[in-house]
Ligand binder design. Structure first.
Ligand code: ATR
Length: 279
């Protein structure tokens, strides 16, 4: 751990059920390698407004925001990054003297994870499970990467429809509940919190899917979520959420510190993370 003293700046993660998060590990190892006097910790909360105000009052420099607050936090922000205007989901907060500024780094994290894992979604048929804050950013990536057919399945169908209405360049978008799943897709992206932590449920019945090349779960779990294991058993290529987690964290770290993390540090941190997560 870094040498904490009176000058140490505090950053953290706000959300629910986050005690097992790997975000502190990523941020604190970046600080260790870059020799920056920062500590990053988890703040469990059930009140996002109090958390944002409290962070400001205590001189905390910035936060990452996770479920279930990525959209709820938006009304309390002073300013929102231009690129975010189109995403409508915020996972990174940076305070300045005027208040709290919001950014989205999930977009970058998901895009980088697709590229690093060689997944091409152009002209493909994609199922997105979930319509929460993460799904908003992921659907935007899928739109910008040229997905041809998008199916958003969510417990609350209205939320899926609201994402559909924000996407202008995909002609064919279907919104249903979690029971109405087709039998064929090219790629599936699981974005719900079902399967997170101690929960071993799967959000959909994977048996309904007869053909699919790639399944992505944005949750990271040591022995994978039930959803991802079931997809693997059906012969799909599976990708967990570790790469997305890593790259959204690096991008947030760069925003927090107004720096660009060099390639060597990035590789060292990624190796450390993979060891911690998979060994
Ligand atoms: P995040 O920021 O990680 O996307 P979120 O905005 O809280 O988190 O969204 C959580 C997602 O998981 C939503 O799609 C939510 O469905 P609803 O929109 O119907 O709430 C989904 N989810 C959470 N618990 C669920 C459950 N028990 N069954 C099905 N879907 C669930």
């Amino acid at each position: 751990m870094n040498n904490i003293n009176g000058e140490t700046k505090v950053f953290g993660l706000i959300g629910q059920g986050i005690s097992g998060s790997l975000s502190p590990f990523i941020h604190n190892s970046l600080s260790k390698y870059l020799n920056i006097n920062i500590v990053y910790v988890c703040f469990e909360t059930n009140n996002i407004l109090d958390a944002v105000k409290g962070g400001y009052a205590l001189g905390i420099k910035g936060f990452n925001v996770t479920a279930p607050f990525k959209r709820d936090v938006i009304p309390f922000l002073q300013n929102i990054d231009k690129k975010n205007d189109e995403i409508n989901s915020v996972n990174t907060l940076l305070y300045d003297e005027k208040g709290c500024n919001g950014f989205n780094t999930d977009y970058y994290g998901f895009l980088k994870s697709l590229k690093d894992n060689g997944v091409n979604v152009k002209n493909k048929k994609v199922l997105v499970i979930g319509a929460g804050g993460s799904s908003v950013a992921i659907c935007k990536v899928l739109e910008n990467e040229g997905v041809k057919q998008l199916h958003i399945a969510n417990r609350t169908v209205e939320k899926a429809i609201s994402i559909k209405n924000s996407l202008k360049h995909i002609q064919n978008i279907k919104c249903t509940d979690l029971n109405e799943i087709d039998s064929e897709y090219d790629v599936i992206v699981q974005t719900t919190t079902v399967g997170f932590g101690k929960n071993n449920d799967a959000p959909i019945n994977v048996e309904k899917i007869k053909k699919c090349e790639v399944a992505i779960d944005i949750i990271y779990k040591k022995n994978n979520t039930t959803f991802l294991n079931e997809c693997y058993n059906k012969g799909m290529k599976t990708i967990d959420g570790l790469d997305m987690l890593f790259y959204q964290a690096v991008k947030a770290y760069e925003i927090f510190n107004n720096i660009k993390v060099d390639e060597q540090t990035l590789l060292k941190c990624k190796n450390d993370l993979y060891k911690k997560a998979y060994e």
